[in-house]
Design a protein around this ligand. Structure first.
Ligand code: NAD
Length: 258
């Protein structure tokens, strides 16, 4: 699917996998809207790729609509990448009563609201905008890629919220792809393994932690880099025959319980 001259939205595009994906889509000639909470980083990426930054919290439907309106102003919306996400590990056990705490429930609701409901809300509204596009020669009107995680299949200690949210994103892919096949919108999902982004924090402690995590990767024995994910995002957006798929991009990782 050619996205030259079309618009694209990347949620979470101010950082990590989202930023790398935004670069890839811009290289393909798309006019990219970076939809993120982080204004300073988002503006920087947008300036670098000739795109537009829109301040968006994906838990706010009005702000999602604003990003879609901004994109449609630039050209037909043909590509959406849902990369906004939080909380790869919520360490909610270990101390007495912590697992049963109200804080644990609040955290659970927050992670679901951002990672799962925020993703669905963007899918819902973006698909509606895409359905108004002229179809291309394949009958396609657009494509959506959602970022899940291998945590959907292989949850670790402290990841109840995160794994639930990402399992939800995986579970959403097939039915939504079925729903949207009626309007020529493809929907795919990527389950990344361990990718070196700010999601793990910064500083010496986090570097040591990442090096240890890298040992659990089958090959190569390191974390992935964001562009190794973005190349799959680009493929799923542009390959007209990819639909309703969940693709692991993880170096063959199978994590032992920590
Ligand atoms: P990142 O922290 O580098 O980027 C995430 C971006 O999402 C940030 O710019 C942040 O500001 C934005 N964001 C967070 N909450 C938001 C909200 N409510 N509204 C709008 N934007 C919001 O993370 P990343 O590693 O690039 O992760 C991207 C996606 O890939 C996430 O969904 C993450 O769960 C998933 N993922 C990452 C890894 C990994 O190892 N890095 C592994 C599996 C899945």
């Amino acid at each position: 699917m050619d996205i030259k001259g079309a618009s694209a939205i990347v949620t979470g595009g101010a950082s990590g996998i989202g930023a790398a994906s935004a670069r890839r889509l811009a290289n393909r000639g798309a006019k990219v809207v970076i939809a993120d909470l982080k204004a300073e980083d988002g503006e920087k990426i947008a300036a670098e790729i000739g795109g537009t930054f829109v301040a968006v919290d994906v838990t706010d439907t009005g702000q999602i609509e604003a990003a879609i309106n901004a994109a449609v102003e630039l050209g037909p919306l043909r590509a959406v990448v849902n990369s906004a996400g939080i909380g790869w590990a919520q360490r909610t056990i270990g101390k007495d009563g912590e697992f049963a705490s109200a804080h644990n429930l609040d955290l659970y609701k927050k992670v679901i609201a951002i990672n799962l409901i925020g993703t669905f809300d963007m899918v819902r509204l973006a698909a509606t905008a895409m359905s108004r596009n002229e179809p291309n020669e394949n009958g396609e009107r657009g494509a959506i890629v959602n970022l899940a995680s291998v945590a959907a299949f292989d949850g670790q200690i402290g990841q109840a919220a995160y794994s639930s949210s990402k399992g939800g994103v995986v579970g959403m892919t097939l039915p939504v792809a079925r729903d949207l096949s009626a309007v020529g919108v493809r929907v795919n999902c990527i389950a990344p393994g361990l990718i070196d982004t700010p999601i793990y924090g910064e500083g010496p402690e986090s570097e040591a932690f990442k090096a240890k995590l890298g040992e659990s990767v089958l090959f190569p024995k390191r974390l992935g880099i964001p562009d190794e994910l973005a190349s799959m995002v680009e493929e799923l957006i542009t390959n007209s025959y990819m639909n309703a798929e969940v693709v692991r991009v993880d170096g063959g990782i199978r994590m032992p319980p920590k």
